[in-house]
Design a protein around this ligand. Structure first.
Ligand code: NAP
Length: 238
């Protein structure tokens, strides 16, 4: 039986993927800060889920929680990072930027490093994490969100290079959604918003196929190409 941990499985994409993995006979460790939501998910399939409540930005304790969860699962094949946050911040309120950086950079790095070291010792494994199409360019309305997603994209690339250098079969999958219909999808002007069920299915397929980078939904690849090629003189005026 495959063993997985989903960091950030209380709602949205992480919760959906947890359900899909359970349906596909994975034993799944589910985490997040909201214990009641983790308990509710566990009650839907008690044999499939183990729960652990922790805040990813508390880097002192996250690792202890992850180690306890691996012991309970009795192994680990896949670690999936879905936890993330971001808010509009036109006034550059530092408390919003700090929360975003603490979660998407410090928390993310702590969990990703722990997982890589675990899989290096084990000599195989799979790390997948949700970054975002937003990480491809800066955005004046949500500066820290886009910047932290750029960090994640770059960090995942570094881990993939490291695995190759070590000649170890450690897969790194960078999941880049456009818009998915969850609490995170905020603001006007959204388009191509994917239902969470569709996003979950496409992510599961990408994991099974050991993809390096996947756009969710697939056609967001086109937006990614466009974004990367908009000249700076035009982009700065948007
Ligand atoms: N929805 C979109 O359009 C979209 C687009 C691109 C990328 N993404 C990315 O997709 C990921 C999942 O988001 P979602 O759309 O599924 O939204 P969501 O429903 O709000 O899920 C966010 C998850 O992150 C967890 N989380 C947030 N802060 C945390 C913290 N400090 N410690 C531990 N867990 C924390 C939440 O759990 P608790 O609150 O219980 O802790 C929750 O499970 C995020 O990384 C987001 O940036 C989403």
């Amino acid at each position: 039986m495959n063993k997985a941990i989903i960091v950030g499985a209380t709602s949205g994409i992480g919760k959906e993927l947890a359900k899909i993995l359970a349906e596909n006979h994975y034993k799944v460790g589910i985490t997040g800060r909201r214990t009641a939501l983790l308990t509710e998910l566990k009650q839907s399939n008690p044999d499939a889920f183990c729960i652990s409540t922790f805040d990813i930005s508390d880097t002192e304790t996250s690792i202890l929680h992850l180690e306890a969860l691996v012991a309970e699962l009795d192994g680990l094949d896949l670690l999936f990072i879905s936890s993330g946050t971001g808010d509009f911040n036109d006034k550059l309120d530092f408390s919003i930027e700090k929360r975003t950086i603490d979660t998407n950079v410090l928390g993310f790095t702590c969990v990703a490093d722990w997982a890589f070291n675990f899989f290096e010792k084990q000599k195989h494994g799979h790390i997948a994490a949700i970054s975002s199409v937003a990480g491809l360019r800066g955005n004046r309305s949500v500066p820290s969100y886009n910047a932290t997603k750029a960090f994640q994209i770059n960090y995942l690339e570094a881990l993939r290079q490291k695995a190759k250098h070590l000649r170890l079969p450690i897969t790194i999958t960078d999941v880049r959604p456009g818009f998915v219909n969850t609490a995170m999808a905020k603001g006007d002007g959204q388009f191509w918003v994917a239902p969470v069920e569709k996003a979950g299915k496409q992510i599961f397929t990408a994991i099974r196929q050991k993809k390096k980078i996947v756009y969710i939904t697939k056609r967001w690849w086109l937006i990614a190409v466009l974004l990367k090629h908009i000249p700076r003189t035009i982009y700065d005026r948007l």
